[in-house]
Each structure stands twice: as structure tokens, then as C-alpha cells.
Design a protein around this ligand. Structure first.
Ligand SMILES: Cc1cc2nc3c(=O)[nH]c(=O)nc-3n(C[C@H](O)[C@H](O)[C@H](O)COP(=O)(O)O)c2cc1C
Length: 212
């Protein structure tokens, strides 16, 4: 690695999951909008299909989003009161407490269009779509943190189709836009993760090099 990528890797190393969030941002809503639009525009997608979508909500829209997620998530817990309490606290103090949320979605219409044109790849296109979603999420996550926010990546919408449709209805986006992740963010209230140091497996066991 040469010094040319030092700033990029500093951001890569410093990006973490933050659960404790305040309802404050270092950026104006217009600056956040530019951040999200730049990421959506430039994140690569398979066949340049550009099926990734993002909805940024702040203020009352952010609050309503997490109220909707909580209300529908509780229905998936089978009446387990302890779990209901745990998730109510988690959603309210880790996600709803933030300044805003970036909702990431993939437009299934675009993916199905490519699948119809390329039947041998039909099973792979949804996988590549999720890969593209991950790249976009990572760009936004890292950029938000470079700007002084904490953020996390959440998947409560994956628990049931009802949560998915409750969220897409709330956001007034087409039902073919499927939520791939929710990224609540805000100025962090504390350290990343659960407070302890992040544990790494030896990178030597996870990489291999064949050089001349
Ligand atoms: C694809 C993916 C899915 C994740 N899903 C969740 C999630 O649903 N809820 C959550 O709290 N964290 C989620 N995380 C965060 C991981 O737990 C976290 O990135 C990991 O523990 C490493 O910690 P770090 O982000 O601080 O480096 C997800 C991360 C990735 C990359």
C-alpha cells in the first residue's frame, strides 16, 4: 500500500458500528442529501443496472419510521414479553434516538428486467443486486462516519414481508423497491460497538498470496 490510499484506508479502519446515537448531525439536510445522492450515483452495480435506491429520512419521518418498524417487529416475537421489552429498548435507544436514517432499497423491476433478458443469469442477478446494495451501504456508512456521525446497519425489515411493506408504504415508494437495510445515524453518544475492543481473527488465516 502506498501513501496515496492512506486517507481512504484511514476511513476504512475507523468505520465502526455505533449503537448509542444522539438526534444531532454535523451536516445540514442539504449536505446529507448530497452525500446520499453522490453515493447512489457512483456506487457500482452489476451490468450498470443502477437498481439501488435510497431514502433519507430525518425529524418526524425518522421517528415515524422506527415507530413503524417497532410496531411490526413486535408482532414477529410471538408474544414473548421479555423479547418485546428488549427490542423496544433497543430500537428506541439505539436507532430511533438518532438524527436520521438512510433506507436502502433495490428495485426488483430492474433486476427482473435483466433476468428476463439473460435467463442463464436469473438466479445470480438478485445476489449481485445485494452485493451492489452492500457496496452502497458501505460508502454511505463510511462517509457518514468521516463526517463525525455514528451509524449502524439494521435488518429488521427482513423479519417479515409485513415489515417490508409497512416501511415501503410509509416511505411512499413503489412496492417493487425492496428494503436491503436501514442505517440509523447521528452524532455518537459513546464508543462504537458494545464498548469493548473489536476482535479480529488473524488476517494471515483469511488471505493468501501467490507472487512471482
Ligand atoms: C452485511 C451486514 C449485515 C449486518 N446486519 C446487522 C444487523 O442487522 N444489526 C446490527 O446491529 N448490526 C448488523 N451489522 C453490523 C455488524 O454486526 C458489525 O459490522 C460487525 O460486528 C463488525 O463491527 P464494526 O461494524 O464495528 O466493525 C451488519 C453488518 C454487515 C456487514
Amino acid at each position: 500500500m502506498s501513501g496515496k490510499s492512506a486517507a481512504f484506508f484511514e476511513a476504512v479502519v475507523n468505520r465502526r458500528t455505533y449503537y448509542g446515537l444522539t438526534n444531532k448531525s454535523t451536516l445540514t439536510n442539504d449536505q446529507l442529501k448530497t452525500l446520499v445522492q453522490t453515493a447512489v450515483k457512483h456506487a457500482p452495480t452489476s451490468f450498470n443496472g443502477q437498481q439501488s435506491r435510497a431514502v433519507l429520512v430525518t425529524g418526524s419521518h425518522h421517528i415515524k419510521l422506527w415507530e413503524t418498524v417497532l410496531e411490526n417487529y413486535l408482532k414477529t416475537l410471538g408474544g414473548d414479553k421479555a423479547q418485546e421489552e428488549t427490542w423496544t429498548t433497543r430500537i428506541n435507544s439505539n436507532f430511533k434516538s438518532g438524527y436520521g436514517t438512510v433506507v436502502f432499497l433495490e428495485d426488483e423491476d430492474v433486476i427482473n428486467g435483466f433476468a428476463a433478458k439473460m435467463p442463464p443469469l436469473a438466479q445470480k442477478l438478485p445476489i449481485w443486486s445485494q452485493n451492489s446494495a452492500g457496496i452502497l451501504q458501505y460508502i454511505v456508512w463510511t462517509a457518514l462516519e468521516l463526517e463525525g456521525h455514528g451509524a449502524s446497519l439494521q435488518h429488521q425489515t427482513q423479519m417479515s414481508p409485513d415489515i417490508q411493506s409497512a416501511v415501503t408504504n410509509l416511505l411512499e415508494v413503489p412496492p417493487t423497491w425492496t428494503v436491503s437495510g436501514l442505517m440509523p445515524f447521528g452524532i455518537p453518544a459513546g464508543p462504537p460497538g458494545y464498548g469493548g475492543p473489536k476482535v479480529f481473527q488473524p488476517v494471515e488465516d483469511r488471505t493468501k498470496f501467490l507472487f512471482d
